[in-house]
Design a protein. Structure first.
Length: 304
């Protein structure tokens, strides 16, 4: 299936879920914030987390040639230890760890999104990738500042650490968006179809963060645009001839680790404290951070 057609399908699905969510909220069908949080939590556990559920296959591909059958003894403990290091760092140095996570996740989001159409390691591609992923952060800061501040408070980062940026939030978003659009035009100047689809994606993401609650906008982007592209890439690796069969193979292989991760996340939500809303936010973002570090390292090693 051509990449353009896949991107069209993803954008249509994203638009349908975004439009349906907007209708539900404008007509007050969803008034309970805790229900919304649980819905987003479930969405991320099913679609978001699963896009890293085959990391052990990449780990095997990297380690088995050097360590033979002992690759798993190195991979699984190493993966868990890296995740624990992130969690310990977050508890010990919340502001620094959050900043590093935002920078790393921003680049990771943008790089994977753009790599769907273009493989490049140049400086311009790296910069535009960062701008593409960082748009999620500047959008949140500009259009949902109160919720962003609340989330940062739940993540143990008081407002005094970033209050100097508050007067600049509109400028940061505007500069981010303008530079991103200019960068995309430069990157895809030889492929108008890819340029139009990428700009349309940027527009839909922006509208989602403007009109929907922050956690829902992030969840829709993370699940239906970011994670879905990665899953499709894995499906194409599993079966280069038939993407539908590749998706079936992915679903079967991803179930075990996805279920284990989901079970651990649910336990954290109900065991951390009595504040379920705060627990969900902590589990989503600190949990994603702990999974992002080993996931990105595997991506880098696998490409090399």
């Amino acid at each position: 299936m051509p990449l353009n057609k896949i991107q069209n399908i993803l954008l249509i699905i994203f638009s349908i879920f975004g439009s349906l969510s907007y209708v539900l909220f404008t007509n007050n069908f969803i008034q309970d914030d805790l229900t919304l949080l649980f819905f987003c939590f479930f969405l991320i556990l099913v679609l978001g987390v699963s896009h890293g559920a085959l990391d052990h296959i990449r780990g095997k591909r990297i380690l088995e040639p050097k360590f033979n059958k002992a690759w798993s003894i190195l991979f699984f403990p190493g993966y868990i230890i890296l995740g624990l290091i992130v969690i310990i760092s977050w508890v010990t140095f919340p502001p620094v760890t959050l900043l590093l996570f935002l920078i790393t996740a921003g680049y990771h989001f943008g790089e994977e999104d753009l790599s769907f159409f273009k493989e490049d390691n140049g400086i311009i591609f790296t910069l535009v990738s960062f701008l593409k992923g960082f748009l999620i952060i500047t959008l949140s800061f500009h259009y949902s500042f109160e919720n962003t501040s609340l989330f940062f408070e739940y993540l143990m980062v008081p407002q005094n650490y970033y209050e100097a940026l508050i007067p600049l939030k509109s400028i940061l978003f505007s500069v981010n968006l303008i530079c991103l659009v200019a960068g995309l035009i430069y990157l895809f100047k030889d492929s108008i179809n890819h340029l139009v689809l990428t700009l349309l994606e940027v527009l839909l993401i922006t509208l989602t963060f403007v009109y929907l609650p922050l956690i829902l906008a992030f969840s829709l982007y993370f699940c239906f645009l970011h994670s879905s592209k990665h899953i499709i890439g894995l499906a194409r690796e599993l079966d280069k001839q038939d993407i539908k069969n590749g998706l079936k193979l992915f679903s079967v292989k991803a179930v075990p680790l996805t279920c284990i991760t989901a079970l651990a996340a649910i336990l954290f939500v109900f065991l951390l404290s009595e504040k379920l809303d705060e627990n969900i936010i902590k589990t989503i973002f600190i949990g994603l951070a702990s999974l992002t570090l080993p996931h990105i390292l595997l991506e880098i090693l696998d490409k090399k």
